[in-house]
Design a binder for this molecule. Structure first.
Ligand code: IMP
Ligand code: MG
Length: 183
């Protein structure tokens, strides 16, 4: 669906479908150059990264392997505690692999920080991160993200894979929800 289809439920569109596709094209060109001559393993974090992975990976003019991981944050009811449980592990052995983690958003950075350590312990040759969105003001840990799409304010956003209560993942762009949707 497009923002216009649910205009009554959104307050602002932060990133349009077209801006996303242009940006993913730029990032794909950089990744092609950086990984020339190397095998590349893309790892998506379910479920939010599904759209980024689908569009970014198809913009690459080279072959890659794609794998998925599903994790959930544990903790005292907070959204991100930094304690992560693996719900679906990788199918791939990471030993000697050049890994690019494909993420929807970096918020506190706690999930990615945990994933980075976890992947490093499995013997990957290199590990980098591509994130479509980043909220610099929400960072609780510094994450070295080589490929960033857009820096955005700390407002909660939905669309392009990102959900509110599992809804709105199928919005084509990224938008801030209208306050009445939460109540
Ligand atoms: P972090 O560990 O705080 O960086 O959170 C990472 C995860 O929280 C992301 O992969 C998203 O699934 C979710 N998340 C963070 N911010 C938002 C948001 O604004 N909208 C929807 N999901 C979000
Ligand atoms: Mg996510």
């Amino acid at each position: 669906m497009r923002a216009a289809d649910i205009a009554d439920q959104l307050s602002t569109v932060l990133v349009t479908e077209e801006q996303i596709h242009d940006k993913l094209g730029e990032l794909a060109a950089r990744v092609e150059a950086d990984y020339a001559g190397k095998d590349l393993l893309l790892i998506g974090v379910l479920k939010g990264a599904v759209m980024v992975m689908a569009d970014f990976s198809r913009k690459l003019r080279r072959d890659v392997v794609i794998d998925w991981m599903a994790v959930s944050s544990y903790g005292a009811g907070t959204k991100s505690s930094g304690v992560v449980q693996i719900r679906k592990d990788l199918d791939t052995d990471l030993t000697g692999k050049h890994v690019l983690i494909v993420e929807d958003i970096i918020d506190s950075g706690l999930t990615l920080s945990w994933l980075l350590e976890n992947f490093a312990s499995r013997g990957a040759a290199s590990i980098e991160i591509l994130a479509l969105l980043r909220k610099p003001e929400a960072a609780k840990v510094e994450i070295d993200c080589r490929y960033v799409g857009f820096d955005i304010p700390t407002d909660f956003v939905v669309g392009y894979g990102l959900d509110y209560d599992e809804r709105f993942r199928n919005l084509r762009g990224v938008a801030v929800l209208a306050p009445h949707v939460y109540s």
